[in-house]
Structure formats: structure tokens, C-alpha cells
Design a protein around this ligand. Sequence first.
Ligand code: PEP
Ligand code: MN
Length: 337
Amino acid sequence: MIIILKENQPKQKVEEFIKGFESQGFTVHRSQGVHTLLLGLVGDTTKLNIETIQANDLVAEVKRIQEPYKNANRKFHPEDTVIDIAGHKIGKGHFIMISGPCSVESEEQITLVAEKVKASGASMLRGGAFKPRTSPYSFQGLRAQGLEMLQAARGKTHMPIVTEIMNTSHIPLFEDVDIIQVGARNMQNFELLRELGHLRKPILLKRGLANTLEELLMSAEYIMAGGNENVILCERGIRTFETSTRNTLDISAVPMLKKLSHLPVVVDPSHAAGIAWMVEPLAMAAIAAGADGLMVEVHNDPKHALSDGAQSLTPEQFDMLMQKVKAATAFFGKTLN
Ligand code: PEP
Ligand code: MN
């Protein structure tokens, strides 16, 4: 961190200011200009509050050199993280395919979709039981019953299950879920993130609708600071001025996140596009950009889906997508598992 002091400040105050940092364990390098003094702080500055320093009368400007996240930072963990979910690995060349309906609608529906996507080569089953809907009058999910249906489908297909949590009080219900999803709307629900940090279960953390990559990584940091290092990042499209797609898939987020962090990155082309026919080209782009996995919505009868039917693939369309995913992952040297 670099702190630039205002011109001609009282020497004693400056010395006290510097001692304050030294007493916290920082080494302070001074660089004296004609009028201004520049201070270079060496040490772990992640816990320093930049606004507090800025508020000091002596200070003209503060600049962070190091990112404010540590556990998620590749600088402190150069190797890619590999997460093992019931034998399915993600990260460092291991690629996973998560698929299933937006919402769990019945045991028959989720089991049917699970069997179909598994036959096509999907690694894991997704399905929302607690649904974050814009309208309180829309289908809200089958809640605890939906989780039981997912577990029943896992029992029949042996596919690990991925489902979204919305509330800290529901954590006990998610004990038997393989990957807990934090949806875009909860990316900055810091209480929820903190509680998930106390678990050791993998967390699929989706990027918020209008959040920067640094904010996404800070949210990952919340979970990791609690000791849960099993975080998978997910790019699912962001809000832009474009209206022809539901969101805009930020494909550049993939190489950037992989440069900044060692955590695996999954892309969700379904929520990014909002249109079924666009899922395949976006999925191909995600693999080419270096994604470690995809999450794709598949419904047995998209026209009658209780949520997100327009972006859901039929099992037959998913099977065609999987042929291309297999070819693309092999081309880019990834192992689909
Ligand atoms: C979902 O995965 O069904 C979902 C609600 O996604 P997002 O949080 O990205 O909107
Ligand atoms: Mn959905």
C-alpha cells in the first residue's frame, strides 16, 4: 500500500502516524520528495481499512498495490485448486458438467431429467428447491420437499446434487447436499457467506447481477476466511444496456478470474443468454476461454416449465450439446468427469 502525505506536515505527527503502522507489524519505507513524503507499507494490508487511512488529516492519497483478498488470491496460492465432489474433480484440467431443471417440480420430473442428462454424460444434477423469484406470485420452489426429491433422484442416478440456499436458517436442511449454490442475488449476503464459511462443503458462488470481479472474489474471501476453501466461482452474465439477451455473458471474466485466483470457474450460459438456442455457442466460448465447468438448464418439457423455460434445453438438445462439449474439452486438454 502506498500512502502519499499532504505537503509540509508537522514532523512529529508524521512520525506518530508511521509508528502506528510499525506497531501493527508493517515495515514502512519512506520516499521524500521536494514537498511530499511517500510511504510504502510492506506487510499484509488486507485487514487495513483504506477509508480510515484516507480520513487522516495528514493523508493526500492512498493506493492499494495488493488486492484486498488473500485466501482467494493466486499470488498466495499459485497452484490451481482442485475440488473433489464425490469422485468428480473440478479444477486444474478437470472439467464438470452440471445440468438439470431450473426448479425441481416433482420427483418424477427431477428423476427423469437426471436419468436423461446422466445418459448424455453430465457429471452433476442441479435443481432449485428454494427459488429467488422477482415476483412473490411466481412459483417459489418446493422448498424442503424439493430437496428430498433431489436426494431421491441422486439415489437412483448416483449423481451429486447442486441446489441453491437463500437463508442461513436453512443450512441444516442442506447437510445432505453435495454442492451448495449461492445465487446471483445473494452474492453479497455477507451473513450467509460467513455461515457457509463454517462448513466444509463445496460452495458454488454465482456472480451478482451488477458486481465486479473484485467483489465476487471478496465474497469468496468471506467463505474462505471462515476456513471453507472449497469455493467454485460462477460467471452467469451481468446487467448491461443490451436488451436482446437476458444478461450479457462476461466471457473475459473467465481468463481474468483464473489469472487473479486459483479457484475453479464455472460458466452458466443458460442464465446469461435467457434463450435456449444461444446456450451452445456460449458454452463453446466458455470452454475456449478456459472454464473448468458449465452449468446448463435442462427441462423435460420447457414449454411448461414452472421457471426459466425459455432458456432450458430439452434432453435431446442437451445430448447434442454434450457431443460438442466432449469434443471441445478434449481439444483443450480437459478431462470431463
Ligand atoms: C439458478 O441457477 O436457477 C438461478 C436462480 O441463477 P442466478 O442466481 O444466476 O440467477
Ligand atoms: Mn433458472
